[in-house]
Design a protein around this ligand. Structure first.
Ligand code: KG4
Ligand code: ZN
Length: 337
């Protein structure tokens, strides 16, 4: 069964062809970094327009690289939310046009379910497991009991982890997106030079909060500018900030495993491509006898292979969920539960 995945929820225009749920024939990702970097963040209007200009080329590339024809596709899986509404509409309407023209069924996929199932592109994880999605828009902890069975255990109450990397990157004058740039600087810094605050919230809470940490970095940078006595470098600040984010993520992840009595962990989403996070999770998981898995970095950040994978499993478990395209609507907010 050939699935064409389509992802345009944020600033990546992506298409992929997946065979039988786990054989990836192509995975085209066209990012818009050069468009948004001069604004220090995503400009929704520009993102939508850029998806519009690129989407057909990206689909053509995906199909060609897979060595198939559009008429060979058995299912079109497209992200329907959550995300930027103008961006989602481009993917969704393109999929509707293809579905109508080719008479191929289509299915709407929750972007978060894509992140949750991205690991299945590489290996079969046994259910149930704990999943941490850390991306630009989400920091969510889930109990994943089966395909389609997700229970939210905790989430951020303010900034997402990736958003805090992006905002602190902007404060440091780094290029957008801040995550990879901070990771690179942090490698050369001393994270112990200054201890930034960690928000653990109420005892036992699996929720997150990162906005106080960002404010603390801003205050610290202002002090550094005003008072000559602070000698910390941008590298040290990056390392200190990154340590603070990672410590809370890892601790809450382990707490979730203990509370749910589960020993398998999946960490996914853009921030999961951070090498220091992967190492910290791996180390702590080993201490507790847990098994941690991470999608390859290319499947952590937004991509259409994960959408094809989630669409495939949704279709297999319930073919009736392949919706009449007229009923499929883009949703800026959408729960995966
Ligand atoms: O999953 P994703 O591609 O898009 C969303 O669904 O949001 O995640 C993008 C986020 C951005 O905030 C970016 O800064 C962050 O992932 N990110 C990283 C790294 N690579 C991407 N954060 C920390 N370290 C990285 N290496
Ligand atoms: Zn994402």
């Amino acid at each position: 069964m050939l699935v064409l995945g389509l992802e345009t929820s944020c600033d990546e225009t992506a298409a992929a062809v997946l065979k039988d749920g786990d054989v990836l024939l192509s995975n085209i990702i066209n990012d818009q970094i050069e468009i948004h970097s001069k604004y220090g963040g995503i400009v929704p209007e520009l993102a939508g327009r850029s998806h519009n200009e690129r989407v057909h080329r990206v689909i053509t590339q995906a199909v060609q690289e897979a060595g198939v024809q559009l008429r060979d596709i058995d299912l079109i899986a497209v992200t329907m939310g959550p995300g930027l509404i103008g961006s989602l509409l481009v993917g969704l309407n393109t999929a509707k046009g293809l579905s109508y023209g080719l008479k191929t069924p289509m299915i709407g996929v929750n972007h978060l379910e894509g992140h949750l199932l991205a690991i299945f592109l590489q290996k079969k994880i046994q259910f149930p497991f704990i999943a941490l999605i850390v991306s630009g828009g989400h920091t969510d902890l889930y109990r994943v009991s089966d395909f389609g069975q997700y229970k939210l255990l905790g989430r951020t109450r303010d900034d997402a982890a990736g958003e805090s990397f992006d905002k602190v990157g902007k404060l440091l004058g780094l290029p957008y997106p801040g995550g990879p740039a901070i990771e690179k600087l942090a490698r050369k810094g001393n994270g112990k030079a200054h201890k930034f605050p960690r928000a653990y919230l109420e005892k036992g809470s699996l929720d997150f909060s990162f906005s106080g940490l960002k404010t603390s970095v801003r205050t610290f940078l202002n002090q550094r500018e005003q008072e000559g006595r602070i000698t910390l470098t941008d590298e040290d600040i990056s390392a200190g900030f990154q340590d603070a984010v990672l410590e809370v993520l890892v601790n809450k992840l382990i707490s979730a495993c203990k509370r749910e009595n589960l020993s398998r962990i999946v960490v996914t989403g853009g921030v999961a491509s951070n090498g220091a996070l992967r190492m910290a999770v791996q180390k702590e998981a080993q201490c507790w006898g847990f098994e941690a898995s991470f999608p390859d970095p290319v499947f952590c950040t937004d991509n259409a292979a994960m959408i094809a994978c989630a669409g495939y499993h949704k279709f297999i478990r319930d073919q009736s969920s392949s919706t009449d395209f007229k009923e499929l609507d883009a949703k800026a907010s959408l729960s995966v539960e």
